[in-house]
Design a binder for this molecule. Structure first.
Ligand SMILES: [Zn+2]
Length: 257
């Protein structure tokens, strides 16, 4: 699978080179979108990703740095169906979200855009709950509740980390966490890749957490002040700690896992 980093910034004010969180996983010609921070569809499209290959969009939680670009992503997919006279390849666009209130608000906004946002393909949301989200024969995604958001909605957690299994490999997407220990269950005995948020923690804390764990590659994303304000020193620190296992991800970067 390929991992495209579309937005690698935590929820800061605008930064020159980084936009809010978004990652696309590409496998067998399909694109699975994890979080949709501001500008993610622009970045993806301009990188050469075919937005009509997006069938599933998976949201970790409804904070703006993770959903600020969702409306635009859906709008751009629809725009391309007119430009190319083609429909999305999977015949539908599904958004997996922990927060249906947020989805309903967004849908209302979209319905007040051009032609009431009518589409020839279904666009709908599925409520995320703990456990397997889907297994479409290409990738399997499992949701793990985390403690980034302490308030729940009825008996539902509103914030998740995800385990992505594809082609015999395991990739963990942290989303935002309350503590790195939130990731224990998703990582289990180890994983091939860990996309870890550093918006709430620093490089030292990542090192402490992953030490002794069987994690082959560590991707620093959703980057916070430590990395943004001192990129060169951060790169050096990551190199010293992790050698060629650690990557400070940047917008527009693609990595084959
Ligand atoms: Zn965030």
């Amino acid at each position: 699978m390929k991992i495209h980093f579309l937005g690698t910034c935590a929820g800061t004010e605008p930064m020159p080179d980084r936009k809010h969180a978004s990652v696309a996983v590409e496998a067998e010609g399909r694109i699975y979108w994890f979080d949709a921070g501001e500008g993610c569809s622009y970045t993806g499209h301009l990188m050469g990703l075919d937005l009509l290959k997006v069938g599933k969009i998976i949201i970790s939680h409804a904070h703006m740095d993770h959903v600020g670009g969702l409306g635009n992503l859906l709008w751009n997919i629809r725009k391309l169906t007119f430009e190319r006279r083609k429909q999305p390849e999977q015949g539908e666009v599904v958004v997996y979200t922990p927060n249906m209130d947020s989805w309903n608000g967004l849908l209302q906004m979209l319905r007040n855009t051009e032609q009431n946002f009518q589409t020839k393909y279904p666009v709908y949301a599925v409520q995320v709950e703990a456990g397997e989200l889907f297994d479409d024969g290409i990738i399997k995604v499992t949701a793990f509740p985390n403690t980034h958001l302490v308030e729940w909605q009825q008996d539902r957690c509103l914030s998740y980390s995800y385990l992505i299994e594809c082609d015999g490999k395991k990739l963990v997407y942290s989303g935002d966490v309350g503590s790195y220990d939130d990731l224990n269950e998703a990582i289990g005995k180890g994983c091939d890749g860990l996309i870890i948020e550093t918006g709430h923690f620093g490089i030292d804390e990542v090192q402490q957490y992953v030490s002794g764990k069987n994690i082959r590659k560590i991707f620093f994303s959703h980057n916070g002040r430590e990395i943004i304000s001192n990129p060169e020193a951060s790169k050096e620190k990551v190199k010293n700690y992790f050698g060629n296992k650690g990557f400070i991800c940047e917008d527009g970067m693609t990595i084959e896992l």
